[in-house]
Write a protein that binds this ligand. Structure first.
Ligand code: ITT
Length: 191
């Protein structure tokens, strides 16, 4: 099995590869020689995931999948949600996004949040969606250097440290992405 992964995010690739072992190969856009930045214009993770996988399927005709992930924080209307990558605005980075979350959460005692990943698989002319959810809490300050994105401020339920203090294998025991990928693997075993 070889399948294109419609992403430009190397951190996602590393996490998923470490979970897959040798069950199947994923080829990120860069390694497939495809240099495009697929827009994410929609207001749901599902629609953006479909946009990404559909764009690459139309371009290559090859089996492919994408994933869209959002951090949904209960006390601030499930923000940043589908806007997680650009919460602080265009041209800003993860550091700015974290700063804005910490600012918007200052003084708020309800720290409940969840990461949600939606995978869209294009295979044999059909689309299949898979979802993974990881519930947890938003810290009041950064903790840890590993991982990416919002990892320094998120502690998953059942753990006592942030994602940014975990190795990739440890993060995969809890993460939204690992849960969605598990479903993808189970599905691909059946086809
Ligand atoms: P694609 O090329 O796959 O679209 P992206 O970085 O644009 O990569 P998303 O649109 O899914 O990814 O944006 C989600 C943002 O949320 C991402 O930029 C990260 O900052 C953050 N994020 C995603 N997964 C995360 C995780 O496991 N831990 C922490 N932050 C995460």
């Amino acid at each position: 099995h070889t399948i294109i992964f419609a992403t430009n995010n190397a951190n996602k690739v590393n996490e998923i590869r470490s979970q897959l072992g040798d069950s199947f190969n994923i080829i990120p856009l860069k390694e497939a020689g495809i240099d495009i930045d697929i827009p994410e214009p929609h207001d749901t993770l599902e629609a953006n995931a479909t946009e990404k996988s559909g764009t690459i399927f139309r371009l290559t005709g090859q089996p492919c999948f994408s994933e869209d992930t959002g951090l949904e924080i209960e006390a601030i209307n499930n923000e940043p949600g589908v806007r997680s990558a650009r919460y602080a605005g265009e041209g800003k980075d993860s550091n700015d996004n974290i700063d804005l979350v910490l600012k918007n959460m200052s003084g708020i005692t309800n720290r409940k949040a969840r990461f949600r990943t939606v995978i869209s698989l294009q295979l044999n002319g059909r689309e299949h969606l898979f979802e993974g959810i990881c519930t947890g809490k938003i810290l009041t300050a950064r903790d840890g250097e590993k991982g990416f994105g919002y990892d320094p401020i998120f502690v998953p339920d059942g753990a006592d440290t942030s994602f940014a203090r975990m190795t990739t294998n440890e993060k995969n025991l809890y993460s939204h992405r690992a849960k969605a990928v598990k479903q993808l693997i189970d599905f691909l075993k059946t086809v």
